[in-house]
Ligand binder design. Structure first.
Ligand SMILES: CC1=C(O)/C(=C\N=C(/C)C(=O)O)C(COP(=O)(O)O)=CN1
Length: 456
């Protein structure tokens, strides 16, 4: 059996500072026990997010020098448009500065007050934009997705009965689109199967309801289809991705994940009339319809990043590194979400810190402790991220109370993964002495980004 290694070598490095525990104690207190409020220079291994944190290739950097910074009609836009049409298969492309830009435009053109948007588990910004447009998100994911220990190979699947029940209850005319994510971030980077998406497509067609894909990590989803769905084991990632997208009417995309760039995104639509509406809103919120809040050089880097992202060797190494870390933690008996997802390892804070009740923010506390232990920055994905019910104002109490160790693409080595596993194990060994937090500042929207806490 031969070990695997990355299909690239390192040409440029960025020196990291190693802090002392005393420095980290001061830094996390000043950050209100919220890893989002730490300074990057005080972080050793940054596993906060895979969004915008991946390393670009020399081919992408070369593209930065080819930025056509014309205000209108940039050459780079047409390269980006062609790349998206080729690899994702959609007809009309509206560039946006990142995923939220696309979510804002899509919600404004498709959602009316009182509408319902069914989806396979919520995502924070996606749901908020749906709510700001007057819609109500309804979770139609299979029950197994909410169980950290379920080994279902496609936890991102839609429960067709839940979806049908909603349509029958509210009527198809109150459902502007079905919001499908692949992979599902909040479930642990869990994929939806091709068979399930095909079935959702068929169901949607009988009711005349659109499907809009959140394509942010659809290449990682294609990898799991190739690995776990029998008919696809010998198909190329690029082929699987094209079929996957063909079951949907458009997509929102954060290029900051799969597409290997630091900024960028798009809204793709097959329907010309919807595209025309979206293109008109772009000039209000994102800039012109041929740059959408990106410099020409950013669009060129993303056009090239898309091409690289669908290479089988790349995505196998990318997910392989996540699996390497996850397997180590499983071998050591550390409670994590299984099956191991595509972009991150999710520590199960409910099992890790059973002594901390959910309303004292166990995942938030655990993320802070991992930073204190080794300067490793992770992200809370539990009750703080879940936010409040927009009608009642009550906290949601999600089944999944998680800490996400998110692996940027092509950035860290196996040694960083080994050190991360050892730090997690050390925190686990000393977990009994940890106590909860109280929230002392709560922003109105997406509170997890800016909330502040102190020790109980
Ligand atoms: C599935 C999904 C995401 O994961 C996502 C952003 N995710 C972040 C920032 C993350 O840390 O997971 C967004 C928003 O993209 P944006 O961060 O605005 O480029 C949309 N969908």
């Amino acid at each position: 059996r031969r070990s695997w290694a990355e299909p690239y070598k390192i040409k440029v490095v960025e020196p990291l500072k190693i802090t002392t525990r005393a420095e980290r104690e001061q830094a996390i207190a000043q950050a209100g026990y919220n890893t989002f409020l730490l300074r990057s220079e005080d972080v050793y291994i940054d596993l906060l997010t895979d969004s915008g944190t991946s390393a670009m290739s020399d081919y992408q950097w070369a593209g930065m020098m080819l930025g056509d910074e014309a205000y209108a009609g940039s050459k780079n836009f047409y390269n980006l448009e062609a790349s998206i049409q080729k690899y994702y298969g959609y007809r009309h492309i509206v560039p946006t500065h990142q995923g939220r830009g696309a979510e804002n435009i899509l919600s404004q053109i498709l959602i009316k007050p009182g509408d319902y948007i069914p989806g396979n588990m919520y995502f924070t910004t996606t749901r908020l934009h749906q709510e700001l447009a007057g819609g109500t998100f309804v979770d139609v994911i299979i029950d197994e997705a909410h169980d950290a220990q379920s080994l279902h190979p496609f936890k991102g699947n839609v429960d067709l009965q839940k979806l049908t029940d909603l349509i029958e209850r509210v009527g198809a005319e109150r459902i502007p689109y079905i919001s499908v994510a692949g992979t599902v971030n909040m479930a642990g980077g869990q994929p939806i199967s091709m068979a399930n998406l095909r079935a959702v497509h068929q169901l949607a067609q009988t009711y005349g309801i659109r499907i809009i894909l959140d394509a942010t990590r659809a290449v990682e989803n294609a990898h799991f289809i190739q690995q776990r769905e029998e008919d696809y084991s010998s198909q190329a990632i690029a082929t699987i991705l094209r079929e996957f997208c063909s079951y949907t009417d458009g997509c929102t995309m954060s290029g900051k994940k799969d597409a290997l760039v630091n900024i960028g995104g798009w809204l793709a639509l097959n329907d010309y009339n919807l595209y025309e509406e979206a293109r008109n809103l772009i000039v209000i919120y994102e800039g012109l319809h041929t740059y959408g809040g990106m410099a020409g050089r950013d669009m060129e880097a993303m056009a090239r990043g898309i091409e690289e992202s669908v290479q089988d060797d790349h995505i196998r190494a990318r997910v392989g590194q996540v699996e390497y870390l996850g397997q180590k933690l499983l071998d050591w008996g550390i409670p994590i979400v299984v099956p191991i997802g595509g972009h991150a390892i999710y520590l199960d804070a409910k099992r890790f810190l059973p002594q901390i009740p959910q309303d004292q923010f166990p995942a938030q506390r655990l993320a802070a402790e991992l930073y204190l232990e080794a300067g490793i920055r992770a992200m809370e994905r539990g009750i703080v991220s879940a936010g409040r019910n927009k009608e009642t104002g009550d906290n949601y109490y999600p089944e999944l109370e998680l800490v996400r160790l998110t692996i940027p693409r092509r950035v860290y080595t196996q040694a960083h993964m080994d050190l991360t596993a050892e730090a997690v194990e050390e925190v686990y060994h000393n977990r009994d002495r940890l106590r909860g937090l109280k929230m002392i500042y709560e922003p109105k929207y997406l509170r997890f980004f800016q909330a502040r806490f102190e020790l109980q």
